[in-house]
Design a protein around this ligand. Structure first.
Ligand code: SF4
Length: 222
C-alpha cells in the first residue's frame, strides 16, 4: 500500500501562532524561532490578514492549530474565524487542544472537527473533558507523539483518530512501539472509529499500516 502523507490531504493555516504549552517535543516553537515568525512563541498572536485563506472555493480540509492550541484562542479570534468557517461549508476545519479544561465552546457547524492530543495514559482524561466542555458535531483524538501504551481508551462519540510517532532529533526522543499502536487500533476498530497512522509510522508498523479517513472529512486536493 502506498503510504499517504497527511499533509497532502489536510493543509495547515496558522491564523494563530504561539502557544502557552511547553511541550518538549514542539516543532512549531523551533520553526517559529528559526524563521523569526514571532518574537515570543509563548504569547499567541492573531494574524487577521490570513482570514482570507479560509475562503477557498475548492473543497479542502484544514488544520487551524498547527502552531497553536485552541485553548489559547481568545473569544474575539474565535468569533472572527468561525464566522468565516460558517461561510465556507465546502471546507472542513480541524482544531486540536491539550487543555480542554480551559475551553468552554459550542459549535453546531457540520464542517468543524475539534479534538484533543494524547501522548500518555495520564492524558486520556482530555477526551472526557473535551466532550464535557466543547459541544460540536465531530470529535477526534490524535495520539501523537505516542510516548507509551495508553491502556484503555474511551472512543465513545469519537469520529476519527490519528496516531503518530515522535520525529526529529530531540535528546530523549521516544519512538512508538508497534504494540502501543496496535492497542489503540484494536479499541478504535471495536467502536468503528476510522484510524489514520501518520506516514512516520510506516517503518514501525510495516504491512500493518492503516490510513482511514472519517466519512465527510477528507476532501480531494486538486
Ligand atoms: S501544544 Fe503544540 S504548539 Fe503548543 S507547545 Fe505543544 S506541540 Fe507546541
Amino acid at each position: 500500500m502506498a503510504v499517504i502523507d497527511i499533509k497532502s490531504k489536510i493543509k495547515n493555516i496558522n491564523i494563530v501562532i504561539g502557544c502557552t504549552n511547553r511541550c518538549p517535543y514542539c516543532y512549531a516553537r523551533c520553526t517559529a524561532k528559526r524563521f523569526h515568525i514571532t518574537d515570543n512563541f509563548s504569547v499567541p498572536q492573531f494574524y487577521e490578514s490570513k482570514l482570507r485563506l479560509l475562503e477557498n472555493p475548492k473543497p479542502l480540509a484544514y488544520l487551524l492549530t498547527g502552531m497553536s492550541d485552541f485553548a489559547d484562542w481568545t473569544d474575539e479570534w474565535k468569533m472572527k474565524i468561525f464566522e468565516r468557517i460558517a461561510r465556507n461549508p465546502q471546507n472542513q476545519f480541524l482544531f486540536l487542544t491539550k487543555s480542554p479544561e480551559r475551553i468552554s465552546f459550542d459549535c453546531d457547524l457540520d464542517n468543524v472537527w475539534i479534538g484533543v492530543t494524547v501522548t500518555r495514559a495520564a492524558e486520556l482524561k482530555r477526551i472526557r473533558l473535551l466532550k464535557e466542555n466543547v459541544k460540536c458535531k465531530h470529535y477526534h483524538v490524535t495520539f501523537e507523539p505516542l510516548h507509551e501504551d495508553v491502556g484503555e481508551v474511551n472512543f465513545d462519540g469519537i469520529d476519527w483518530t490519528v496516531i503518530g510517532t515522535e520525529t526529529g532529533k530531540r535528546k530523549g526522543k521516544i519512538s512508538a512501539k508497534p504494540e502501543w499502536v496496535e492497542n489503540i487500533v484494536r479499541q478504535a476498530q471495536t467502536k468503528g472509529v476510522p484510524v489514520f497512522m501518520k506516514e512516520e509510522l510506516a517503518p514501525i508498523m510495516g504491512d500493518k499500516m492503516i490510513q482511514q479517513y472519517a466519512p465527510n472529512l477528507i476532501c480531494e486536493v486538486k
